[in-house]
Design a protein around this ligand. Sequence first.
Ligand code: CAA
Length: 379
Amino acid sequence: MDFNLTEEQELIKQNTREFAVENLEPIAAELDRTGRYPAETIEKLAELDFMGMPYPEEYGGVGADFLSYILVVEELSRSCASTGIIYAAHCSLACWPIYKWGSEELKQKYLVPMCKGEKLGAFALTEPGAGTDAAAVRCTATLEGDEYILNGTKCFITNGGVADVYIIIALTNPAVGVRGLSAFVVDANLPGFEIGKHEEKMGIRGSQTTELIFKNCRIPQANIIGKPGRGFGIAMGTFDGGRIGVAAQAVGIAQAALDEAVKFAKERVQFGSPIASKQAIQWMLADMATQIQAARLLTYHAATLKGEDKPFTKEASMAKLFAAEAADFVCNKAIQIHGGYGFIKDFKVERLYRDAKICSLYEGTSEVQRMIISGSVLR
Ligand code: CAA
C-alpha cells in the first residue's frame, strides 16, 4: 500500500489550505456566533470548480479522484467545520445518488448544474421517528398519473433552506416496509414544499439545519432515482461515502485543535518557562498527534478503496467512528492545555470542541458505525 499522496493530491490539499486560510479563517468565528450561511464562500468554491470535484467533466465536474475530494473536506473543515459539511453534504450526499443511480435525464438536468456550483444540493432521509432506525421513514410518495405526490416531514436536514435540489427518501409502497422506500430528486421551489423549523445548534452553526415539510407536493415521475423500492439501498450506499467525508471533517477539526494547542503551549509561560517544556503537556500533545495520524490513515484508506471501486462499507464506518472519537479526544485535550482560556469564546478551541461533537452523531452515530463494523466482523 502506498501511504504517499500523489503530486496532484498534494497540490489540491495545498491549494485548499491556502483558500481556507484566506477565505474561511477570517469568518469562521463570526459564522459560529451568528449562525450565518456563508453564501459568498460557497460561490467562491463554485468559481474555483470545487463543487463537482470527484465527478467526470462530462457532468460538469473536474474528474479528480475521491481521495482528492476528501483532502478538500479535511482542509476546509480545519478552518471552518461549517463550510466543510455544507460542501460535503452537497458533493457527496446530494450529487452521488444522482451520479450513481440516476437516469441520464436527471444527470443532465440536476447533476451538471450541481457540479458546476450553479445549484446547491441536500439529502433528506431523517424524520422525527426515523433517525438511527433509517428504515422507519413515514414520508409518502404516491403515484398519480405521471406524478408522485409527496407528503410528510423531514428533520435535521443539512443545507435545508439554502439548497436548490433535495434528494428525498419516501415510501412508495408502505405495505413492504424497507423495500417500499424510493429516492427522488426534488426542486426547492415546488408548490407544497416548505421549509420548517431552523435548528439552533451547539456547533457547525454556519451550516443550516432545517425541517422540510411536504403537503401534496407534486414531482414528475421521471424524478425517481433508480427503480421504485431501491431507496434504502441508495441511502445506505450514499451514507457509506458520506461517512468518509465526516471522518475527514473530524480529522480537519482535530488538526486545527492540535495546531492551536501547540501554539498556545509554546507561548504560555508558567513557573518561569513555556508550558510546552512540561512533560504533562508534551504527553498530551503526543497522544493528540498520534490519534490524528491514525484517524487520517483510516480515512485516506477508506477513500482510496472507494476511489478504486473496492468494497469499503466497513472501512468507512471504522474511519468515521475512530476519527469522530479522536476529534472529541483531541479537542478536549486542547482545551485542557489552554486551561481556563480554553473555556473562553475568544479562543478557537472552544468552538472546535463544540464543532467536533457532531462528527459522532450525524451520518450514523458512533453506535451505528459499531453495528456496521461488528456486523461485518461477525459475518
Ligand atoms: N449498501 C447497500 N445496501 C445496504 C447497505 C449498504 N451499505 N446496508 C444495508 N443495505 C441493504 C441490506 O442489504 C438490506 O437489503 P435486503 O433487505 O435486500 O437484504 C437492507 O438494506 C436492510 O439492511 P439492514 O437490515 O442492515 O438495515 P437496518 O434497518 O438494520 O439498518 C443501519 C441498519 C446500519 C442501522 C441503518 O439503519 C443506518 O445506517 N442507520 C443510520 C442512519 C444514518 O446514518 N442517518 C444519517 C442521516 S443523514 C445525515 O446525518 C446527513 C447530514 O446531516 C450531513
